[in-house]
Design a protein around this ligand. Structure first.
Ligand SMILES: NC(=O)c1ccc[n+]([C@@H]2O[C@H](COP(=O)([O-])OP(=O)(O)OC[C@H]3O[C@@H](n4cnc5c(N)ncnc54)[C@H](OP(=O)(O)O)[C@@H]3O)[C@@H](O)[C@H]2O)c1
Ligand SMILES: [Zn+2]
Ligand SMILES: [Zn+2]
Length: 349
């Protein structure tokens, strides 16, 4: 067992502060990873602030982890100490249900084990995430990172990347299609990059006028400022697919009018219950509204390799661990380009 320093949230209304946890001893199938970088996902804020009423304090957030193998268990033969590896949103699943058999551990019928805030046999009784010096993870849930990718920029691929890549793949985004990405934050900017790389006509749909230029730099062909109702009307019926990353309850029906007949809007942002859904645009146009949760381990590795081939990483602002509370404040006012990544190696001792 190893004592490890970390940052934890202790209550919904208190800032994160330094904390100490114990990592389990490296088992036969385990990999002990020294964490180099960890991205800051909006989900970390939802949990730290108990937005979903299921936070078990203290919480050590962080599920966009890139690190270096420190040690491997006796049954791990395909990784070596010193190798660059990564861990995403979950660190366990039953590995024998229909979803796990289909490489969709995120939909494990017996419930996956999230990287943090999930009951576990580990010391402390819960999983603790990447705002920490090291982590011990079952080999099955450890990814490898192409050497060609900047390790800090690669960290957000483990959540923001796979959460946008997976639905774009599932709905067969390809040249000839028109895709709208709604909300230019951590997820949204990866959605733009992937949709562009997959060859679709890619349109950024934002409520922030000042992000237009950046959206084009990231790969958007056009930008729709959704607060401009005349512009929104011009785009009605044009989209094959919409990827909605907005993290708060909002009028989803307003976006449905943008879809073609048979088009789909996939909601990945955690909007919770909403009273704003009107059946009219669904019925008049046979449109669908769907959801998607991150991606399985096999698909996450495929996404990382795709990023290696296309030189795709996240646009990041590197911060020391000590600035995470300010980062949370800034994210809540959409003031980040486009992902904070904590330099764990340099700033957490
Ligand atoms: N489904 C999954 O598997 C999964 C995985 C990871 C995260 N998530 C969820 O996805 C959501 C987005 O996460 P993120 O890390 O990308 O967040 P983020 O970096 O904070 O970006 C969210 C973006 O949504 C827009 N937005 C923010 N507040 C808004 C408001 N009040 N009304 C309308 N638009 C608003 C902003 O874009 P504009 O300024 O361009 O309008 C903002 O940049 C979160 O709810 C997170 O929990 C889901
Ligand atoms: Zn996340
Ligand atoms: Zn399962």
């Amino acid at each position: 067992m190893t004592d490890v320093s970390c940052y934890a949230a202790y209550a919904a209304d208190a800032p994160l502060k330094p904390h100490q946890i114990t990592r389990r001893a490296t088992g036969a199938k385990d990999v002990h990873i020294d964490i180099d970088f960890c991205g800051v996902c909006h989900t970390d804020i939802h949990y730290a602030r108990n937005d979903w009423g299921r936070s078990n304090y203290p919480i050590v957030p962080g599920h966009e982890i890139v690190g270096t193998v420190r040690a491997i268990g006796s049954e791990v033969h395909d990784l070596r100490p010193g190798q660059r590896v990564a861990v995403g949103c979950f660190v366990g699943s039953c590995q024998h249900c229909a979803s796990c058999d289909a490489d969709m551990e995120q939909y494990c019928l017996n419930g996956f084990t999230a990287t943090y805030n999930t009951p576990s046999k580990d010391p402390g009784g819960f999983t603790y995430g990447g705002y920490s010096k090291s982590i011990v993870v079952d080999r099955h849930f450890v990814l490898t990172v192409p050497d060609s990718l900047d390790p800090a920029g690669a960290a957000p691929l483990l959540c923001a990347g796979i959460t946008t890549y997976s639905p774009l793949k599932h709905w067969n985004v390809k040249p000839g299609m028109t895709v709208g990405v709604i909300g230019l934050g951590g997820l949204g900017h990866m959605g733009i990059k992937f949709s562009h790389a997959m060859g679709a006509r890619t349109i950024m749909i934002t409520n922030s006028a000042h992000k237009a230029e950046d959206a084009k730099r990231l790969g958007a062909d056009e930008v729709l400022l959704f607060t401009d109702k005349a512009a929104a009307a011009r785009y009605a019926g044009q989209f094959d697919f919409l990827l909605n990353t907005i993290p708060v309850p909002h009028d989803v029906t307003g976006y449905m009018e943008l879809l073609k007949v048979d088009g789909t809007m996939c909601v990945v942002g955690s909007i919770g219950p909403t009273s704003e859904l009107n059946s009219r645009p669904l019925i008049f146009g046979r449109r669908s509204i769907a959801g998607s949760l991150v991606g399985g381990i096999k698909e996450t590795q495929e996404m990382l390799d795709f990023c290696g081939d296309h030189q795709i990483v996240s646009d990041i602002e590197i911060i020391p661990m000590q600035e995470v509370n300010q980062a949370y404040e800034r994210m809540q006012t959409s003031d980040v380009k486009y992902r904070f990544v904590i330099d764990i190696r340099q700033s957490l001792s």
